[in-house]
Design a protein around this ligand. Structure first.
Ligand code: ZN
Length: 147
């Protein structure tokens, strides 16, 4: 009776490993490539800005750790931080919509935020990103602010 029990434990272990591998594979498949990112931006522009925001390039960058996204309106280029990879779709979409809006309105004045009202999950996505930033700060020793 002991041997089958041990075997099933080993099988269970193997099954867990296989499932975790599958999950990891799905996870990595969910990361959009630069082409898909550009397609997504085009779709979002069509959906929320009547296609008026037309970026020349949209791509992931790994050298952007303090900002989630950036935009150079003169070049029409949009860059998204790789840190967004793996975050919920609505958060990535929010950052894309945000940077697309900068192609139409620079800065963060009332006109800019009025544009962003078109995207229904703006508040939720901003809350999510604020939460991420807050969580990153948690492990620090309270009071150690001179970093
Ligand atoms: Zn902005």
């Amino acid at each position: 009776m002991l041997i089958p029990a041990r075997m099933s434990e080993a099988e269970e272990q193997r099954w867990v490993t296989v499932m975790l591998d599958k999950l990891a594979a799905q996870e990595s498949k969910r990361v959009l490539g630069d082409d898909e990112l550009a397609e997504r931006a085009e779709r979002l522009s069509a959906q929320y800005f009547d296609g008026r925001a037309r970026p020349a390039s949209v791509r992931w960058v790994t050298n952007q750790n303090t900002r989630w996204g950036s935009c150079t309106p003169s070049e029409g280029s949009i860059r998204l931080s790789h840190r967004l990879q793996g975050m919920p779709e609505y958060v990535v979409d929010y950052v894309l919509v945000h940077e697309l809006a900068h192609l139409l309105v620079p800065g963060h004045g009332p006109r800019f935020w009025r544009l962003l009202e078109a995207y229904p999950r703006t508040e939720r996505a901003r809350g999510y990103l604020e939460g991420v930033v807050a969580a990153e700060r948690l492990p620090h020793v309270p009071g150690a602010r001179g970093e």
